[in-house]
Design a binder for this molecule. Structure first.
Ligand SMILES: [Zn+2]
Length: 213
């Protein structure tokens, strides 16, 4: 059942991606598209997450960098929170404020760092390299999320990562990022707390290449 909900969320994101790909996302206006059906904004939750991030140097930086380039925060029954190509943040209604804050920082990183799954893949460059770059960015964002969870004392998250124990045991930042990357590569179809990103990115990149022919 849990797995099913994750897949539904992935479908939401994939569908929105396709629509946006067709209309060639129009910058500022599209950024404030309404929440998808079944999702809604929650000013109190949003505010609490941003306040928590404002108390942490890396959280503050993530918020600052996403200023002006992020869409709405929409809460609902997703399992794995994500960001759409319309820059809307899809978040879990049942997650606590600190867990939400850590995820928001992760998603903000995708919106401010030049991230092909959101900004679009280069139709004329090899997909393998582009997907690897995107997965490294993903590992980077997950690493930030886990650091923030630690500092914000998220002890009982509703979304658990299978790599948590290995991440806790890793001795330095480079080792942590590498194990997150390896985990994403080892789970192309998702599982263990992540969506099937390797698979989804490869498909999306191939769509861009096909569309340009
Ligand atoms: Zn991510």
């Amino acid at each position: 059942m849990k797995r099913r909900r994750g897949l539904e969320a992935a479908v939401v994101v994939a569908t929105m991606a396709l629509v946006a790909g067709r209309v060639l996302w129009q910058a500022a206006e599209a950024r404030r598209v309404p929440c998808p059906q079944g999702y809604s904004e929650n000013a109190g939750r949003e505010e609490r997450a941003l306040v928590l991030l404002s108390r942490d140097p890396e959280g503050r930086e993530a918020v600052r960098n996403a200023s002006g380039v992020r869409g709405r925060m929409c809460f609902g029954r997703t399992e794995v929170p994500a960001v759409t190509v319309e820059r809307t943040l899809i978040l879990r209604r049942d997650a606590g404020d600190a867990e939400t804050a850590a995820r928001v920082a992760h998603l903000f990183l995708h919106l401010s760092g030049g991230f092909a799954p959101v900004d679009g893949f280069d139709a004329h460059a090899p997909c393998d390299a582009q997907v690897a770059t995107a997965l490294h960015a993903e590992a980077d964002a997950l690493d930030l999320e886990l650091r923030l969870r630690q500092r914000l004392h998220v002890d009982a998250p509703v979304l658990r990562f299978e790599v948590q124990a290995a991440w806790d045991a890793a001795t330095n930042g480079a080792a942590r990022e590498q194990l997150l990357y390896d985990f994403l590569v080892a789970h192309p179809h998702g599982g263990g707390g992540v969506d099937g990103l390797a698979d989804a990115y490869a498909q999306r990149c191939a769509e861009f290449a096909r569309a340009s022919r």
